[in-house]
Design a binder for this molecule. Structure first.
Ligand code: SAM
Length: 267
């Protein structure tokens, strides 16, 4: 393939472009995009995924931070009549403007994949599902189960907001330039029902962070070190019939939700 007429890759912007049409097809199929779908792509880059999305979806919005790539895609706009191209940073883009039901499909820039994912999850009321390429190691943490080494804050917070499956791994050979880390595609189906109120959600986020802050310590000690009242934690753990020396890493999402509520109610 000849890339000489294309803007060169900027590593700092996480530019590892997909070059394998099979992977593009698999990503679009997984996203179940139809002519009724509004799709959002973050980082269209040289447009390989954008092109496939524009064929499959009714409308596509694509947000690109790099002015050179934005100009390149804008120059091909005639090929994509249903594309709204935005020059901007996806970390500050106002997702509120997207229509309800928007499906996110993206080969994410890895240097910001986690904060981007959480920004997208904050807007899950309008995003029923997302198909995202990210680092394999991040994908493993997102789907990790309690009691495993990968299970932590990322797993709990993401699984609170969405049902997540790791769909398939992608070889470095499918990109130019090749990324230095492994890649994988995940499917996230966001949860319609919010289990916790906004106030409880912020307590839950803080508790999960504190619970995993000292992985080698027991839950009581980790929370105590993070400023929680020991008597209240011990009481809550007992109330939930958990062993006194339990560690955060074995607690399920539901148990962490119950713990948040129990500690709050003992305040
Ligand atoms: N979608 C293309 C593909 O699959 O070949 C490019 C994917 S490349 C991994 C990531 C893309 O995200 C690049 O085009 C990069 O310029 C863009 N990007 C990086 N940071 C961004 C940000 N903060 N907001 C929007 N786009 C960003």
């Amino acid at each position: 393939m000849d890339f000489s007429d294309l803007p060169p890759a900027n590593k700092r912007l996480g530019q590892n472009f997909l070059i394998d049409p099979n992977i593009v097809r698999k990503i679009v199929a997984l996203a179940e995009v139809s002519q009724e779908t509004h799709a959002l792509e973050i980082g269209p880059g040289r447009g390989i995924l954008t092109e496939a999305l524009c064929k499959a979806a009714g409308q596509v919005t694509a947000v690109e931070i790099d002015p050179r790539l934005h100009a390149y895609i804008a120059g091909r706009q005639a090929e994509f009549p249903n594309l709204t191209l935005v020059l901007g940073d996806a970390l500050t883009y106002s997702f509120e403007e997207l229509p309800a039901g928007t499906v996110v499909v993206a080969n994410l820039p890895y240097y910001i994949s986690t904060p981007l994912l959480f920004r997208l999850l904050e807007h899950r009321d309008r995003i029923p599902r997302m198909v995202l390429m990210l680092q394999n190691e991040v994908a493993d943490r997102l789907v990790a189960k309690p009691g495993t080494a990968d299970y932590g804050v990322l797993s709990v917070m993401a699984q609170y907001a969405a049902d997540i499956t790791k769909a398939f791994r992608v070889s470095a050979q499918c990109f130019r330039p090749r990324p230095e880390v492994g890649s994988a595609v995940i499917l996230l189906r966001t949860k319609e029902r919010r289990e916790l109120s906004p106030d409880e959600e912020s307590k839950f986020g803080a508790l999960v962070k504190a619970a995993f802050a000292h992985r080698r310590k027991t839950l009581v000690n980790s929370l105590k070190d993070e400023g929680y009242d020991q008597v209240r934690i011990v009481g809550a753990i007992d109330h939930l019939n958990l062993p006194a020396a339990v560690r955060a890493e074995v607690l399920t999402l539901d148990q962490l939700i119950q713990l948040t509520r129990t500690i709050a109610s003992r305040g």
